[in-house]
Design a binder for this molecule. Structure first.
Ligand code: PEP
Ligand code: MG
Length: 590
């Protein structure tokens, strides 16, 4: 009989199909004392199981890199790090010796103790580590018991996976072409399942509570990733309703696809560039499908993370060249290394700081360690003949930093000239505006550079003094607060007063609610996650610059974020209505 369950919408879309219930086998650990002479063998068994887990994780990591993405594959680096944690394996080995218990029991105890410790901390990041800890813990236990990993790869037909929760190891094994959607009892919008689902555009609902006990394999399921609903055993009428909803969704997707080759231009002819943010060459390939006007932000950190040494110039050059060739002749803004803050690089042995986001980060490291920055600059300049490459420095706070960074570029250019290495002489140099001091002094900085790109993620974090990764203060992430809007306006006006172009590459650039304001302010470029690009373009094409400018004037008279958001929502609704009536009028005329 039909039954609906409400959960959390984690990834949009509608899926209809048979359920496959995935339950990880419960590993039973019996308490058992071991004899004195058995201890070395137990210790060896545990060491073996951990080594085996490392090999498995390396394989899964490689597979994830290819099939899902680099960021998702990094989860397995975290698992590998847990296996090397001095508070895990050494403690378990010690327990075997001290308490004379089996390898399984010792390992289980250590994992449970560590998880209990993490669970007490109300921090989303630490909580996510609990899932990783349990996942890696089960892997070692399975190895100890010689059990094969239950894999989700052998689905008989395209199905919807129903599970209590999905660990990174579970999803890494899935053959995604056979998965129609996901529904899980646990998890929130930032859980692993949700992140993977959005990366793969799979309709998904998480946090459904007790649903598996009422389902069975093969039973028809509907997953509504918009409303956060899952319907078990729908009636034919419900099925029809959702089939229609699915078709509307697919039609919308097709309609958006038709915009790919049209310009992001308002009704009265104001044209802006819509570019993409990428983090590696694989992103670049995927982003190309949306026909962007270029790359507005190439985050280069991936080259430095997850490895024991710094990347050589040649490796970097090959990567930049690869991306350049994917997008040529369109422009690509390559941002120099932005590490520190929340991004650590093991081989640099960065000091632990009390306030890492306010500390030795990004350009500050680059200027203190010029050999690292110069290697990157050489690689970027060498790639410049292959496309329209622009250079961008992150986290600029003062004019001095800009001048020092530019001096390094000059040094590198001289070296290359001297060595007769070809490069493009007129590479544009820009900076990110993501520190309030830079926005407030944008008129001074504008004279020094060719362009600005506003990084709202950090600009908002620093304006409100609210750590961008801390859930407790996430209410202070306010793109529509008058303070944020004033800083953006100052930056745009300062750039234009000096004849420079200005873009935005923080998350705000991909938010539809921000589009009319940014158009009204006259921004030249918006760079965003590729999957947001066509929706933003659709909105731009319904707007007029004159109306958006009027909206900006109105909004700047308002004092509260909620009023501002409400006013823009109304504005967009009016636009939507008038664009429908125009379509209708055209339709009725012909
Ligand atoms: C930003 O801060 O808005 C930005 C685009 O940079 P990142 O998110 O990489 O810090
Ligand atoms: Mg930033």
């Amino acid at each position: 009989m039909e039954k609906a369950f409400k959960g959390i919408a984690a990834s949009e879309g509608i899926a209809i199909g048979p359920a496959i219930i995935y339950q990880r086998p419960i590993l039973e650990i019996f308490e058992k004392k071991i004899k004195e002479e058995e201890r070395p063998a137990e210790i060896e068994r545990l060491k073996q199981a951990v080594s085996q887990a490392k090999v498995q994780l390396e394989e899964i990591k490689e597979k994830s890199k290819k099939e899902v993405g680099l960021k998702e594959a990094e989860i397995f680096s975290a698992h590998l790090m847990l296996l090397d944690d001095p508070l895990i394996l050494p403690v378990a080995l010690h327990k075997i010796s001290q308490k004379k218990i089996s390898a399984e029991q010792a390992w289980q105890e250590v994992i449970e103790e560590a998880a209990a410790l993490f669970e007490q901390i109300e921090d989303e990041y630490i909580r996510a580590r609990v899932v990783d800890l349990k996942d890696v813990g089960e892997r070692v236990l399975r190895n100890l018991q010689g059990k094969r990993e239950e894999v989700l790869s052998e689905l008989p037909e395209p199905s919807i996976i129903l599970a209590a929760d999905l660990t990174p190891s579970d999803t890494a094994q899935m053959i995604f072409s056979k998965v129609l959607g996901l529904a899980t009892e646990q998890g929130g919008r930032t859980s692993h399942t949700a992140i993977i689902a959005r990366a793969l555009e799979l309709p998904t609902v998480v946090g459904l509570g007790d649903i598996i006990s009422e389902a069975s394999n093969g039973l028809t399921l509907i997953v509504d990733g918009y409303e956060g609903l899952v319907i078990l055993d729908p009636t034919p009428a419900t099925r029809r309703k959702y089939q229609e909803k699915k078709e509307v969704y697919l039609a919308e997707k097709r309609k958006l696809a038709e915009l790919r080759d049209l310009p992001a231009q308002t009704q009265d002819g104001f044209r802006l560039e819509l570019a993409v943010n990428i983090g590696n060459p694989k992103d670049a390939q995927q982003a190309r499908a949306y026909h962007p006007d270029g790359v507005g932000l190439f985050r280069t950190e991936f080259l430095y993370l997850d490895r024991n040494c710094l990347p050589e110039e040649e490796e970097q050059f090959q990567t930049y060249k690869e991306v350049a060739e994917i997008f040529s002749p369109k422009p690509i803004v390559i941002r120099t290394l932005d590490i520190g803050g929340d991004k650590d690089i093991p081989c640099l042995d960065l000091p632990k700081e009390l306030n890492p986001f306010l500390g030795w980060r990004a350009i500050r490291i680059g200027l203190d360690r010029p050999e690292i920055l110069k290697t990157q600059l050489r690689a970027i300049l060498r790639a410049s003949p292959f496309a329209q490459i622009k250079l961008m420095f992150p986290m600029i706070s003062t004019i001095d930093e800009v001048r020092k960074a530019k001096a390094l570029v000059e040094e590198v250019k001289k070296e290359l000239l001297h060595q007769k290495v070809p490069f493009e002489k007129k590479v544009e140099i820009g900076i990110m505006i993501e520190v309030p001091s830079a926005a407030l002094a944008a008129d001074i900085l504008a004279k020094e550079v060719d362009f600005f790109s506003i990084g709202t993620n950090d600009l908002i974090q620093y304006t409100f003094s609210a750590d961008r990764g801390n859930q407790r203060v996430s209410y202070l992430y306010q793109p529509f607060h008058p303070a944020t809007l004033r800083l953006i306006k100052m930056t745009v006006e300062a750039a234009h007063a000096h004849g420079k172009w200005v873009g935005m590459c923080g998350e705000m650039a991909g938010e539809i609610l921000a589009t009319p304001l940014l158009v009204g302010l006259g921004i030249d470029e918006l760079s965003m996650t590729a999957t947001s690009l066509l929706r933003v373009k659709q909105v731009v094409r319904k707007l007029s610059l004159a109306d958006c400018q009027k909206l900006v004037r109105e909004v700047f008279r308002l004092t509260e974020t909620s009023q501002i958001e409400a006013r823009i929502k109304d504005f967009l609704k009016e636009k939507e209505k008038s664009s429908h009536s125009k379509t209708f009028a055209r339709g009725s005329r012909f």
